[in-house]
Design a protein around this ligand. Structure first.
Ligand code: NAD
Length: 639
């Protein structure tokens, strides 16, 4: 196809937009060609990554080719547009969830449809001439092609501002707002592309990237947050009108040119989407509600006439007084019922295998499934996980998976499971072990994975069962940058933070140190409560003081071992484990093994290990939560 050049070059699947005279505007045919290429490269071992670029200096892609949409729509045929948008959005979702790295290099204008192709991959590169914008409200649409996904996640109120003003972003601004990841000087692009083709290694980008020149957005951020925080378009306009400043005047002038209905719906869509469970498919589905109705009930045809066909810029918008009733917004964003945008999960969804669905694994897997991943789980025990398929064996769960997670009790079990599943995993798939195990087991599995051409990350977690259900875990990861990058989007769903600590094994090292602190602080917290009891100090008062004084800790503030005090914790459930004392003993033993082999002096860790060993092995700690140290101390006296 002459408008787009699709080929395999070296290890790269290559997509080059080739309509420079039309600013590489995206046609129906180009969308289909991109989608077909992505499907065929998905399981092709010859393709390690996808690179998207465009011919010409002026634009990477200045938007969708709306001439045909207009020509059909003006005759009352709305179906052509609905079909076009549906296929385009499906392709956008495919790019976002693609199981291989997608590198895009974007010069000149990147608008509308161009954002959909260039701003959803894993490595989004911009250069000196890049200018990104979502100006859809100027033609009676709302930001689409997954633009609302990026806008809803932009810091502060940048999303609302960029979405309704259509302001242009240079490279620095684009990185600041979340539309791009890397700035690479454009003269380096040809060489970078040929190296990516020959090595398939996206880590090369880090070697050539530079700090982007500072853009103009950051200095405006405070003004933007102040003026664009309102519930509705009306609130935003009122705030701007109430201030006599250059910023407010300029913003009002820009907004005055756009469709009020589009702007009001953009604000509402962003507010509805902005939540921790946001994913690109939710955003696209919301956008499609609008675009499906845009020709018949919105301002789209009039907007295209005035801006692109007649170029008179005299659109007669609905609600020209800018007062858009809430009911008009609701009507445009109402669910579409049988016409709802759906996705072919086989093509757009990353497949995840999850082995070990206990206290931690089950809620983690459920969060991945909730976010739209296709999760297949396996556990020796008879368990089920909401939203996930259950396999009969571990091998069945990992067959065909792009990423496999393990969340198992210890290193010996991990080694046995890894020996079973690694031969069944696809070449180039990623294995992420989130269990807490000894560094040697992590390294042994990493070695085995590498030999089988599988990426490996050891990524133990902190945050307990509450963090696992709430998606607020911290991941401490060891492995190559490439492996970490592959797992990072899933860490973002299951956690609030992921730290790449270094090479394989570094995650476990961080975890062992963290849990040595946790074991010691839990003991200290429990013995302090027992002492407080004996001193006649009320437990709630003790909590009120310590939780805001220098004795505070996670054990006290988030996981209080005293029943009825602080946020709900296993103490409130008769010490049924969130985190079992047996597992804490395991971690403390790991810390002492590590301290011995590294020749480190860790007397508090050693004492904590001794106390948990006594509690679990000689007393009644086995099978109880690790915070059940408190009833243990209650029963004891000073010796
Ligand atoms: P858990 O005992 O509740 O879950 C482990 C699961 O693994 C069980 O459901 C078990 O049936 C399954 N399993 C065991 N062997 C298996 C095999 N061969 N194949 C498939 N499944 C198998 O333990 P958990 O609390 O979920 O902890 C899991 C890991 O996470 C541990 O390494 C632990 O140290 C770590 N961790 C736990 C917490 C916590 O608060 N619970 C916090 C951080 C880290």
């Amino acid at each position: 196809m002459k408008d787009i050049d699709i080929r395999i070059s070296g290890q790269a699947g290559r997509i080059t937009l080739n309509r420079p005279k039309a600013l590489n505007a995206l046609t129906d045919g180009m969308c289909h060609a991109i989608a077909a290429a992505l499907v065929s490269w998905r399981n092709d071992p010859a393709v390690a990554l996808v690179i998207i670029d465009a011919v010409g200096d002026r634009a990477f892609c200045a938007g969708g080719d709306i001439a045909e949409l207009y020509a059909t729509g003006i005759k009352g045929d709305y179906q052509y547009g609905r079909d076009f948008w549906r296929e385009e959005y499906r392709m956008n979702a495919m790019l976002f969830g693609y199981p291989k790295p997608v590198v895009s290099l974007k010069q000149g204008f990147i608008m509308g449809g161009g954002v959909g192709i260039g701003c959803h991959g894993s490595h989004r590169i911009v250069g000196e001439t890049s200018r990104i914008a979502m100006p859809e409200c100027g033609i009676g649409l709302i930001p689409d092609v997954g633009g609302t996904f990026i806008l809803a996640r932009a810091p502060g109120r940048l999303g609302e501002y960029l979405g309704i003003t259509g302001a242009r972003l240079d490279a620095g601004d684009a990185i600041y707002a979340g539309f791009a990841d890397h700035f690479v000087a454009q003269e380096k692009w040809p060489d970078l592309i040929s190296q990516l083709e020959s090595t398939g290694d996206v880590d090369l980008i880090q070697g050539v990237e530079e700090t982007a020149p500072t853009g103009s957005l950051a200095p405006l951020h405070a003004d933007i947050d102040r003026h664009f925080a309102g519930e509705s378009l009306g609130d935003i306009l009122n705030t701007l009108r109430a201030e006599d400043s250059d910023f407010a005047r300029k913003a009002l002038k820009t907004l005055g040119r756009n469709s009020a209905l589009s702007m009001a719906c953009t604000i509402e869509a962003l507010h509805r989407l902005r939540s921790p469970t946001l994913d690109i498919r939710k955003a696209l589905e919301m956008e499609y509600r609008y675009t499906w109705r845009a020709m018949e009930h919105g301002d789209f045809l009039e907007g295209v006439r005035a801006t692109i066909v007649d170029k008179t810029h005299d659109a007669t918008w609905q609600y020209s007084d800018m007062n858009v009733p809430a009911v008009a917004v609701s009507k445009m964003l109402m669910p579409l019922g049988k016409d709802k945008l759906t996705f072919d999960t086989k093509e757009t969804t990353m497949k995840i295998g999850f082995i070990g669905l206990g206290n931690m694994g089950a809620p983690m897997a459920a969060n991945l499934a909730k976010s739209g991943y296709d999760v297949t789980g396996f556990d020796m025990a008879d368990v089920s996980v909401e939203g996930a398929n259950m396999a009969e064996t571990a091998v069945e769960a990992v067959t065909g998976a792009d990423v496999v997670f393990t969340m198992l009790p210890n290193g010996a079990i991990l080694r046995a499971v890894a020996a079973d599943i690694i031969p069944a995993m696809a070449n180039g798939a990623t294995l992420v072990d989130c269990s807490t195990v000894d560094v040697d087991s992590a390294l042994a599995v990493a070695e085995q994975a590498e030999a089988a051409k599988i990426l490996f990350v050891d990524a133990p977690v902190s945050g307990g069962t509450v963090g696992a259900s709430g998606g607020t875990l911290t991941f401490m990861a060891g492995g190559t940058a490439k492996a970490f990058a592959k797992a990072e989007p899933m860490f973002d769903i299951m956690g609030q933070k992921a730290v790449h600590c270094g090479d394989a094994g570094a995650g476990q090292a961080a975890k062992i140190c963290n849990n040595m602190i946790l074991g010691a602080t839990m003991i200290a917290t429990c013995e302090a409560f027992a002492l407080a009891d004996k001193l006649g100090l009320d437990r709630q008062k003790m909590f009120n003081v310590v939780s805001t004084s220098s004795g505070y800790s996670w054990s006290m503030n988030a996981y209080c071992p005293a029943p009825g005090i602080g946020p709900e914790s296993p103490a409130d459930n008769d010490y049924t484990p969130g985190f079992a004392a047996d597992l804490m003993l395991k971690d403390l033993r790991l810390s002492q093994q590590a301290a011995k082999s590294a020749n480190a002096d860790t007397p508090m860790g050693a004492l904590a290990e001794k106390l948990y060993a006594q509690f679990v092995e000689d007393e009644d700690g086995a099978g109880r939560d690790f915070s059940a140290m408190l009833p243990r101390f209650e029963k004891r006296s000073h010796s």
